[in-house]
Design a protein around this ligand. Structure first.
Ligand SMILES: [Zn+2]
Length: 286
């Protein structure tokens, strides 16, 4: 089965991982900008990182037939530094017309601080000004419920935000209902043992249905598994779910969400459908 990983940090993975993903059926992925495993010292470091996301990674992915898309921002962890964050936000418009950019993300909260909230709302301003889709990071573990509630309140307070164009990631059992009930898309981030496992994700699908719900692997610097989506596919099959439901979660839903972005020029790998999903002709990076 083909699948699309909507949230995976390939800058932290090897080229062998790209090959493994391709062999397991991954035909496309999207990579939000995030923390690099260390705090960066200047806005120019982010400019180089954005070049990596818009120039280098798409080429690495293409070697294995994987279509690579990306999102730009300064992540919540480094957003504690407000002046650096503002410098980075000022750079982002230079990259928004690059051929694989889908929007602003992953923005959100880490420790739910005042500074993080300030930079979160400034990213929202940027997204509204440039009519961009938004990808949200919600905090992990004990900060998750409160952080998710704060984020949803900030989003809902702004009537300019189209909720159908916002994906809220890292949902778990105690946050998914809030996200879906408010009209947003929800992403379950699968980790091999901690946080949301493939088994728990399968439970969530059984409880909340498949509308506006998708799954991703994160595949980041920490302990994570880039092939976590095939694990979910296996778990859903083991429980007897129909192939159509599995395909909706791991392929059709991500495509339906991303299709709202001007930058999404995904080509179906089906031999009888060579047409692009989005009419926009791909342009070269600036
Ligand atoms: Zn992430």
């Amino acid at each position: 089965m083909y699948y699309f990983d909507p949230h995976i940090h390939m800058v932290s993975r090897t080229t062998d991982d790209y090959e493994m993903l391709a062999k397991m059926g991954c035909v496309g992925l999207s990579e939000p900008a995030f923390w690099a495993g260390f705090d960066r010292g200047s806005a120019e470091s982010f400019r180089d990182y954005f070049r990596q996301l818009t120039e280098v990674e798409p080429k690495r992915a293409a070697q294995y037939g994987i279509q690579h898309y990306t999102w730009l921002c300064i992540n919540a962890k480094e957003a504690e530094n407000v002046s650096l964050s503002r410098e980075v936000i000022a750079i982002i418009p230079d990259f928004l017309d690059c051929h694989n950019v889908l929007g602003i993300g992953e923005i959100g909260l880490n420790k739910n601080t005042k500074n993080e909230a300030i930079i979160f709302t400034e990213h929202l301003e940027l997204a509204v000004r440039y009519n961009q889709q938004i990808l949200i990071h919600t905090p992990h573990l004990e900060d998750k419920y409160q952080g998710t509630r704060m984020i949803l309140d900030m989003l809902c307070d702004d009537s300019r935000i189209d909720r159908g164009r916002v994906l809220v990631d890292h949902v778990e059992e105690h946050t998914v209902r809030h996200v879906l009930d408010e009209g947003f898309w929800a992403g379950m981030t699968l980790y091999p043992t901690t946080k949301c496992t493939p088994q728990r994700a399968c439970d969530i699908i059984e409880m909340y249905g498949s509308e506006r719900l998708m799954a991703n692997s994160a595949g980041d610097w920490g302990p994570s598994k880039p092939t976590a989506i095939p694990d979910l596919i296996l778990e859903m099959r083991r429980r007897g779910h129909p192939e159509s439901l599995i395909r909706k979660i791991v392929y059709e839903n991500p495509l339906e969400f991303f299709r709202q972005s001007q930058g999404f020029t995904f080509k179906s790998p089906d031999a009888d459908d060579a047409s692009t999903i989005n009419d926009r002709t791909a342009s070269e990076p600036k």
